[in-house]
Design a binder for this molecule. Structure first.
Ligand code: ADP
Ligand code: MG
Length: 219
């Protein structure tokens, strides 16, 4: 099996004033290339932490992981940054759009940084329901529209793996379904791996597999 993510015996705790608080213990799972995985579990169960670990923003206490064939233990901060620029698309809960650039400029910048051409991407702004808003600045659109622009940025970079934290979290039901349609359509046509954290069970069911962190990640 070609794996895009391979996690084995991963343990993570945070140090707080009252000692180390475990988030998860001995977590293991694999994601094949082109496969989608939903991370579920209540608030505080470690979904965001796991996504941060998988893109090299957060460290681990124990265990090993390979991301797109690279051994997490040997990657430097610069190498992780290179992966996030070109191969691992990350959609965080607070989308990180550049405030002084229009939505279209933000998407174009992301394509440029990944060495991609912007042309084929323009359509995705419309497909994500942002037609007519391309020349607006992030503070001139709603939170849900910023979230969709952040997805368009990830599509623009053409990654091999997408990590999305609550990608439909601030959207109404109807828009959430349209955005999920766009996300899964894009993921399948690209053959890209996808790990998404969500509270929305309807969204989780659209993924190939589900990992519930409330059950200690044994799902
Ligand atoms: P979820 O995304 O599932 O809501 P998180 O990964 O955000 O869960 O949080 C998992 C647990 O780790 C929570 O108990 C949270 O309070 C704790 N936590 C998250 N980030 C930090 C941090 N930077 N320092 C200390 N504790 C943290
Ligand atoms: Mg979270």
């Amino acid at each position: 099996m070609v794996t895009s993510v391979n996690v084995s015996g991963l343990s993570k705790s945070y140090n707080t004033g009252s000692g180390a608080v475990p988030v998860f213990l001995d977590l293991s799972f694999q994601l094949a290339a082109g496969e989608s995985l939903a991370l579920t579990g209540p608030s505080g169960s470690g979904k965001s932490t796991l996504l941060n670990i998988l893109c090299g923003v957060e460290g681990v206490d124990d265990g090993s992981m390979q991301v797109l064939g690279r051994d997490g233990a040997t990657l430097t901060a610069d190498q992780w940054a290179g992966l996030r620029r070109r191969r691992v698309g990350v959609v965080f809960q607070d989308s990180n759009l550049m405030p002084a650039m229009t939505l279209e400029e933000n998407v174009k910048l992301r394509a440029d940084l990944a060495g991609r051409s912007f042309g084929p991407v323009r359509d995705w702004l419309a497909r994500l329901g942002l037609a007519g808003l391309e020349q607006r600045y992030p503070d001139q659109v709603s939170g849900g529209q910023r979230q969709r622009a952040a997805l368009a940025m990830v599509f623009a970079m053409g990654p091999d793996l997408v990590l999305a934290d609550e990608p439909t979290g601030s959207l109404d039901r109807h828009t959430a379904r349209d955005v999920a349609d766009a996300l899964f359509h894009w993921q399948r046509t690209q053959g890209c791996g996808l790990i998404l954290a969500t509270h929305d069970l309807a969204l989780a069911e659209r993924c190939d597999r589900r990992l519930d962190l409330a059950e200690g990640g044994q799902g």
